[in-house]
Design a protein around this ligand. Structure first.
Ligand code: COA
Length: 536
């Protein structure tokens, strides 16, 4: 593979201004992140600890192998929603390694409204189960939840992907031989009781975990019988009398030891073999990416400068370097793993789309994971391009991306707008994982374009009705709220809060997260390529 040559001068004032700008963006993001990672209100965290319980994050730390990373998803879920009362949507999800096996962990945070499920909690839980399904990962549920957050019942109960879908998924996952393991470390009420009840193997903590379909107040109201929570559905009841649980733990620490033993005995789970080299750092410092990225997202730059700072030894075997140059495609290694990179280097034309489709099929046939670096305003518009069949050339790329069953990863490194989002493996194309950088923006089009389209539509309506057109001030009055709305809704925090991605990555953590994502994906065999009909 050839070594990429960088044209960047780190002494350039523009580089320095970019560097300072992107470091500040990252610092702002980390400040938000650290606040969120503290969980619920301090008084609830204290109360939780006084009860002898570990926090959700402490439980995860104790569960995974020492000195191994935890690839956390959607930490910013529910950010700036529900009056900011649900940090991380009250549930922590991610991939960790236990006895050398990657597992998907879903841990309720009981310090956040008793670990109850807001609409975003359900979305996050179900997204994690989908990650388990796509990557063939055993699931570990650390249960400590009061079930549905009752004031939000309309957004949590009745629809297809609401609370009930969690238990449906458990049954389907179990049938796919994806182990379902629960550890009941607190409340597990009503529908929530099905998390352990639908699991293959279950642990419960003595005088702390409870499982029941109806709690003591409901039992009293329905039958007149008074009982304590422990008598109704505590650890002793469920391991000795009902058999709903299989192992009784003395406390959280003991429960986690039992969980680790369970995972050690899941049987042989072979991985797909991808020829991995030894990992090597890029020869250009990844820290320079902060200076490479322009401050204005609309400003073009050579994406080679990013690739040179992301791949091992900055080596890249480019495919079709002279053709369709607004899309860069080629092979490289990230921490030793082979990847096919598809990176925007401008707007998508017919040539770049056909090149993209060709390259994606190469990777799908050769079973090489794909990495999409998204920075795309969309496909080229205009008479000449429509006559040149940009619609069906773009569709070729969309088709290839949709049907490429190799593990695909998407990183939004700039803008993600319009149909470019589809061709570049946006969320709708089911990449195994999708992340954004703090500078990213995502919306159907840029705010300026949306405001201009709506102003144009208004003028056309007025003209058709024989009324006077808006003057410049009136146009600006119409445009401003649209610009403000797009600025707010295109922000990565807004996207991450709604789980349109799997989280925001800092630039410095990106290579490690990509490597973990690829390693995780190898739990699922890669099928042979199957494509449908390409419109030629
Ligand atoms: N819906 C909405 N809010 C709930 C809730 C629910 N199901 N369960 C608890 N909360 C809220 C409480 O109002 C409290 O809010 P606050 O912090 O604003 O005061 C917070 O969660 C913590 O509840 P609290 O009871 O103080 O905590 P706890 O740790 O002692 O007990 C539970 C937690 C979950 C065991 C207990 O609150 C409970 O049994 N809740 C009802 C569970 C239930 O019946 N769910 C049925 C849903 S299907």
């Amino acid at each position: 593979m050839f070594h990429l040559a960088s044209q960047i001068r780190t002494s350039d004032p523009d580089f320095k201004a970019n560097y300072a700008y992107h470091k500040k963006l990252e610092a702002d993001y980390i400040e938000v992140l650290e606040r969120i990672q503290q969980g619920g209100p301090p008084k609830h965290v204290e109360r939780h600890k006084e009860r002898g319980k570990m926090t959700a994050r402490e439980r995860i730390d104790a569960l995974i192998d020492p000195d191994t990373p935890f690839l956390e998803f959607s930490t910013l879920a529910a950010y700036d929603m529900y009056n900011n009362s649900a940090p991380s949507a009250g549930v922590i999800t991610g991939v960790g390694i236990v006895h050398g096996q990657e597992v998907l962990v879903i841990a309720n945070d009981a310090t956040v409204k008793g670990g109850t499920y807001f609409p975003m909690t359900i979305k996050k839980h179900i997204r994690a189960q989908k990650i388990a399904m796509e990557n063939n990962l055993p699931c570990v549920y650390l249960v400590d939840s009061g079930g549905i957050f009752l004031p939000e019942q309309a957004g949590t109960f009745a629809d297809a992907e609401h609370f009930g879908h969690i238990f449906y998924n458990q049954a389907r996952l179990s049938r796919m031989n994806i182990p379902q393991i629960s550890c009941v470390m607190g409340s597990c009420t009503a529908g929530g009781a099905y998390v352990p009840a639908m699991s293959d193997e279950t642990v419960i903590v003595k005088e702390q975990g409870t499982i029941f379909i109806g709690g003591p107040p409901l039992v009293k109201a329905a039958t007149g019988v008074e009982c304590t929570a422990e008598e109704l559905g505590g650890g002793d009841v469920h391991t000795r009398i009902s058999g709903v649980s299989d192992h009784l733990a003395e406390n959280d620490e003991h429960a986690i030891k039992i969980l680790r033993n369970i995972i050690q005995n899941l049987g042989n789970r072979p991985k797909f073999e991808l020829q991995r080299d030894s990992a090597a750092e890029p020869s250009y410092d990844p820290d320079e990416i902060y200076g490479v990225l322009p401050r204005d997202i609309r400003q073009p730059y050579a994406v080679y400068e990013l690739i040179a700072r992301m791949v091992d030894e900055s080596r890249f075997h480019e495919f079709k370097s002279r053709y369709g140059t607004s899309l860069v495609t080629g092979f490289a290694r990230i921490m030793g793993y082979p990847v096919g990179i598809v990176a925007n280097n401008g707007v998508l034309f017919s040539e770049s789309s056909k090149k993209g489709a060709h390259f994606v099929t190469l990777c799908a046939k050769r079973k090489i994971p794909l990495l999409f670096l998204q920075n795309i305003t969309g496909f080229m518009v205009g008479l000449q391009y429509e006559h040149g069949a940009i619609a069906s050339d773009g569709a070729k790329m969309v088709h290839a991306v949709a049907n490429a069953d190799v593990p695909r990863f998407t990183l939004v490194v700039g803008g993600s707008y319009g149909a470019g989002n589809y061709a570049m493996c946006g969320r709708g194309y089911k990449p195994r994982m999708l992340w954004m950088w703090p500078n990213a923006r995502i919306s159907v089009m840029g705010g300026e374009q949306a405001a201009n389209v709506l102003a144009q539509v208004k003028q056309d309506q007025l003209r058709a009705a024989g009324k006077p057109e808006l003057n410049e001030d009136e146009v600006q009055e119409l445009r401003q709220p649209i610009l403000d709305k797009y600025e707010k809704e295109g922000h990565p925090f807004y996207a991450s809060a709604r789980i349109w991605d799997d989280g925001i990555l800092t630039i410095r953590d990106t290579r490690a997260a990509l490597a973990l994502g690829i390693e995780t994906s190898l739990n699922q065999p890669v099928p042979d390529m199957e494509m449908g009909i390409f419109r030629m």
